[in-house]
Write a protein that binds this ligand. Structure first.
Ligand SMILES: *[C@@H]1O[C@H](CO)[C@@H](O)[C@H](O)[C@H]1NC(C)=O
Ligand SMILES: *[C@@H]1O[C@H](CO)[C@@H](O)[C@H](O)[C@H]1NC(C)=O
Length: 140
């Protein structure tokens, strides 16, 4: 599950996150209203020196930073959180910067940007993920 080649490939994420509850396949994350939905994002941390800042934002990743930012971490801890519904529950020090949306609503559907600020020009690792929150069938 944590083999290093695995972490950077979305095909692998599918498999890691496939379970009951919210589902992730490739860059699409589906969940139901009222669930906590985790949107996967990882980067490779081999040594402490690899730990770096990152942000999550709504909409596709702009050329730098995040548009409509929702959370920032310096790599060690959350430094800005724009709403209490957004949390990082993964092990940041291992590069698990997956975003969890608590008690997701239909309005949380849309594009999310995960931007990891890798030092150097144009080195940032950006991933755009689609989140779809649907009303559950017969529940809620
Ligand atoms: C969502 O996460 C919160 C905080 O971790 C927890 O209290 C709550 O029970 C979770 N809700 C669901 C539906 O799993
Ligand atoms: C990453 O963190 C999320 C919580 O944000 C957790 O559900 C998931 O299992 C973690 N993934 C790995 C590969 O550790």
């Amino acid at each position: 599950l944590s083999s290093p080649f695995c972490l950077l490939h979305t095909t692998c994420l599918m498999f890691v996150f496939l379970s009951t509850g919210p589902t992730v396949s490739g860059l699409l994350v589906k969940g139901e209203v009222g669930q906590n939905i985790t949107v996967p994002c990882f980067y490779r941390v081999r040594t402490e020196n690899d730990i770096t800042s990152m942000c999550w934002g709504r909409d596709a990743c702009p050329p730098s930073k995040c548009s409509r930012p929702i959370i920032w971490t310096d790599g060690w801890k959350v430094t800005e959180q724009y709403h209490t519904k957004y949390v990082l529950e993964g092990d940041l020090l291992k590069g698990n910067v997956s975003l969890t949306i608590l008690n997701a609503q239909e309005t949380d559907s849309g594009t999310y940007c995960c931007r990891v600020e890798i030092p150097g020009w144009f080195n940032d690792k950006t991933t755009n993920l689609q989140v779809v929150v649907e009303r559950g069938v017969g529940l809620n």
